[in-house]
Design a protein around this ligand. Structure first.
Ligand code: SF4
Ligand code: SF4
Length: 366
């Protein structure tokens, strides 16, 4: 399963979410790979102790024009959508501006005289690293002066493979690099902030994802600043608000030091773990059944999060079967190798479990 972590604009906390999610999942022994798709400014590696395992160049084919064979028809220049061919026939000047070339091959196709051949040019690098926990982190890195990271991103995602959860730390914005990244994703986590700028960029991201038929949910970072515009918009569009993370100087400090907040904040570690679990189980269940039911366990430990999970389930068309409270008697029963329903039949959690089961049986038969 591929999950893209994206944002309409830079600086909202996209890398913060992607790296912490990766940290929590790898800490639990899950099969997970992180791909830094922000090829123009990759920085995920800064947060991990990692060893480089391999590296390769990503190239594309750039035209080479033989002026002796050129008839100065101008077709190559007019076919180029990227203004990468500088053409002044009166002065007998024709040059390829390599940095603007996207390697699309259109000019080669357009030339009827065979005056154009191609040569490989390095666009960037893809490197694979192993973290100290033994998990793969793949980095895409665009070469300085190159204009488009799309091929480098594509190569990095391919290098990561399909096993387990693959987290794609997307480039900011909604242009080609973003589209290349989210196109490969099963689900998109959009990270935003509750400001007019955040809302404006979020709208653009959502509209782009709609045209791609991609499901998304939103995390509001620095949720306690700004206004309610983002929340109102999500309500109108029925987009699940997955979580709100308040501004905290501890988060800002650890981020600026290249450290992960989930290493030292259990509450946030629990939040990231819950976020990953619910989506993966949901996707797996969808592959085998037509309906998915969800039970929220220990809901009373974080009722706000439980409400958001409920909203997310509704947006996915899943049934919320019930909420179970935290109760130490469950642990007692587990230690005694018995079920809590058997050992403590009259406590709230046992009654709720029976109620869920009865409803499930009635609805299942229907
Ligand atoms: S390969 Fe494509 S982008 Fe490059 S110069 Fe030719 S037409 Fe333009
Ligand atoms: S299409 Fe070929 S012949 Fe025409 S201007 Fe370009 S290189 Fe010269």
């Amino acid at each position: 399963m591929k999950i893209a972590v994206a944002s309409g604009k830079g600086g909202t906390g996209k890398t913060f979410v992607a790296t912490n999610l990766f940290n929590v999942l790898s800490g639990r022994g899950e099969k997970v790979t992180l791909v830094d798709c922000d090829a123009e400014a990759p920085d995920d590696l800064l947060f991990f102790e990692a060893t480089k395992k391999n590296e390769f160049e990503v190239t594309h084919q750039v035209p080479v024009i033989n002026k002796d064979a050129c008839t100065w028809c101008g077709r190559c220049s007019s076919w180029c959508n990227y203004n990468a061919i500088f053409y002044v026939p009166t002065a007998k000047v024709i040059e390829v501006i390599e940095n603007l070339c996207h390697g699309c091959g259109a000019c080669c196709f357009a030339c009827n005289t065979g005056a154009i051949t191609e040569k490989p040019v390095v666009l960037g690098m893809v490197s694979s690293h192993m973290t100290d926990r033994g998990y793969a982190l793949v980095e895409s890195r665009l070469r300085v002066n190159e204009m488009s990271p799309v091929r480098v991103i594509k190569a990095a995602i391919k290098e990561a493979g399909d096993e387990g959860v693959v987290l794609l730390d997307s480039p900011p914005g909604t242009s080609c690099p973003f589209i290349q990244t989210v196109d490969k994703a099963d689900y998109v986590l959009l990270v935003t902030e509750p400001t007019p700028f955040g809302l404006s960029d979020l709208r653009q991201s959502v509209e782009t994802l709609k045209t791609m038929n991609k499901k998304c949910g939103v995390i509001i970072n620095r949720a306690d600043i700004g206004d309610n515009g983002v929340r109102d918009y999500l309500g109108e569009e029925q987009i699940p608000l997955l979580a709100e993370i308040n501004y905290d100087t501890a988060i800002a400090r650890s981020y600026s030091e290249g450290r992960l907040i989930t290493e030292k904040d259990d509450k946030l570690a629990g939040f990231f773990a819950g976020l990953a679990d619910l989506k993966r189980v949901h996707e797996v269940a969808r592959k085998f059944t037509s309906e998915v039911g969800v039970i929220i366990n220990k809901y009373d430990l974080n009722e706000g999060m439980a409400d958001r999970i409920e909203g997310w389930c509704a947006a996915q068309g899943s049934t919320l079967l019930g909420r179970l409270p935290f109760d130490r008697k469950v642990t007692e029963a587990m230690v005694a190798s018995r079920s809590v329903v058997e050992m403590h039949p009259d406590i709230e959690i046992s009654k709720t479990i029976k109620e869920i089961w009865n409803n499930l049986m009635v609805n299942g038969k229907e």
